[in-house]
Design a binder for this molecule. Sequence first.
Ligand SMILES: CC(=O)NCCS(=O)(=O)O
Length: 349
Amino acid sequence: MSKLSGKVQTVLGLVDPDQLGRTMTHEHLTMSFECCYFPPSPGDEAVAENPFQMQHMYWLRQNQYSCHENLLLHQEVGAVREELLAYRKAGGGAIVENTTTGIERDMPTLKQLAKDTGVHIIAGAGYYVDCTHSETTRKTSVEKLTDIIISEVLHGADGTDIRCGVIGEIGTGWPITDSEKKVLKATAHAQAQLGCPVIIHPGRDPAAPAEVVRILQEAGGDIRKTVMSHLDRTIFDNGELLEFAKLGSYLEYDLFGVEMLNYSYNLSVDMPSDSQRVQALAFLVKEGYEDRIVIAHDIHTKNRLTKFGGHGYSHILKNIVPKMLRRGISQHQVDKILIDNPKEWLTFK
Ligand SMILES: CC(=O)NCCS(=O)(=O)O
């Protein structure tokens, strides 16, 4: 049995799973999303150059990916520190920081934030989507990628001795590219050796989550210990959702706070509102999946911080939990979603 077994690995070291408390399973505290810049519509260029003004706030909320500066979350460490202190005050205990190689993971800053705020921070190992893979990553074998991921968990990431406690978010698009398939296989191999949690960013197609599960399973991954992220922008039909749920992964609704008319990355998608997200949770609970649901905000742009008029990391605790209770999800079920399920997932086998 490894020394990780039965523990959760935070950036400050191993902790007893009961110490975590309420946990957001998919956030970012410092990262760059420049890789996914989406040019503004003709005529909007001037606003996009100077978006952080009251009269531009609605535009920014609707076009968060069309402004370079908005994508540089790593410039806001001070604001994030304040937010984490507020998150603790609101009853939060832990945050899974999903920034992987390709979107500027910053392990020393995560460690400092954990020290400064008392929030348990669990960092992610592995690689983001194909367009962020370096030439070296593309040429690296599955075996070598597996070794790198394992080393990020056992010894530390990015030349530090600060260790990751989860693999992911592992980025995939649609269709899944060869390089992404290689990373998925390495993820499954590493998970089989470490008994660790995994979290996946699927492509924007209803078939994408199940295809990822198939690849992981074939490579020996543990689907019961895997979170499928971003279901709110990926599977819209309740029948398809139940079909996917049967495969056994954790089901993550992680875009709480995002309400937009046009989803730049897939205009055929109608991004749900927070009310619709709560309806999806209530549906899954009614269908017996209360042990498999996890939730978060996936904050990855500046405009979503309270400093810039956004909802911040405490939105779920302050606003969504009361709404869940009003829509028939019991306090016991809320606690499962926020405390017990993340704890089970994050504990090494
Ligand atoms: C950082 C990240 O991957 N966020 C997800 C954005 S998406 O629009 O839900 O794909």
